[in-house]
Design a protein around this ligand. Structure first.
Ligand SMILES: NC(=O)N[C@H]1NC(=O)NC1=O
Length: 172
C-alpha cells in the first residue's frame, strides 16, 4: 500500500499511520519508527535514513544487542519454515540464500552457530549488498573479531538494511 510514497505524503501522515508504514525498517523493532516519525518533517528518504541511523547509534549497548538479536539467521530455521518477515524473505532471496547447495547450507549453519556462541547475538549483514560467497567469507572473517567490534559492525549493517527498506517505501 505504501510503496512509493512521496516524502510530502510521509510528512502528512498522522503519527500512528507513519509508525505503521515504517514499523519494520529495522527488523521486528518498531521503536525506530516510533522515534523517527515524531521527528518529521523529512526532506527525503535519505534524510529519514540518517535520522534512523542516529537513533540506532545512540542506543546503549543492551539496546544494540537487542536489535541484533531480533534478526533471523541467514538461511536458518525461520527461512526453512517460511516464517521470515516479507522484507527478510526478499533480502535473503536477493543474495541467493534460498538456493544454497547442500554444502553451502551446512557451512552457513555451522558458521552462524559458531558466531552466535562466541558473541551471544546473530551474525547480521546487509544481504541485498552481498551474494552467498561474500556472506560466507564475511562470516568467517568476522568470527575472528572482538565482541565490541562486531556490535558496531552489526549495527552498521542494520543501518544499511534500514536505508534500503526506507528506499522501498519512499520515492526519491
Ligand atoms: N542475519 C541477518 O543478517 N539478517 C538479515 N540481513 C538482511 O539483509 N535481512 C535480514 O533479515
Amino acid at each position: 500500500m505504501a510503496k512509493g510514497m512521496k516524502i510530502e505524503e510521509v510528512n502528512s501522515l498522522i503519527n500512528d499511520e507513519c509508525v505503521d508504514v515504517f514499523k519494520n525498517i529495522v527488523e521486528c523493532f518498531p521503536q525506530v519508527a516510533k522515534a523517527i516519525c515524531t521527528q518529521r518533517p523529512f526532506r527525503s528518504a535519505e534524510h529519514m535514513a540518517d535520522v534512523a541511523g542516529k537513533y540506532l547509534d545512540q542506543l546503549p549497548t543492551e539496546g544494540k544487542e537487542e536489535v541484533l538479536k531480533l534478526h533471523p539467521d541467514l538461511a536458518g530455521r525461520l527461512a526453512d519454515e517460511g516464517k521470515l518477515t516479507s522484507e527478510s524473505t526478499k533480502e535473503q532471496k536477493s543474495a541467493g540464500l534460498d538456493k544454497l547447495s547442500a554444502q553451502e547450507k551446512i557451512k552457513m549453519n555451522q558458521l552462524n552457530t559458531s558466531y552466535r556462541e562466541k558473541f551471544g547475538f546473530p551474525f547480521v549483514i546487509c544481504a541485498r549488498e552481498n551474494k552467498v560467497e561474500a556472506i560466507l567469507q564475511g562470516l568467517e572473517a568476522r568470527l575472528k573479531n572482538t565482541r565490541d567490534n562486531e556490535l558496531g559492525t552489526g549495527i552498521n549493517e542494520v543501518k544499511k538494511i534500514c536505508r534500503l527498506r526506507i528506499d522501498d517505501l519512499v520515492t526519491s
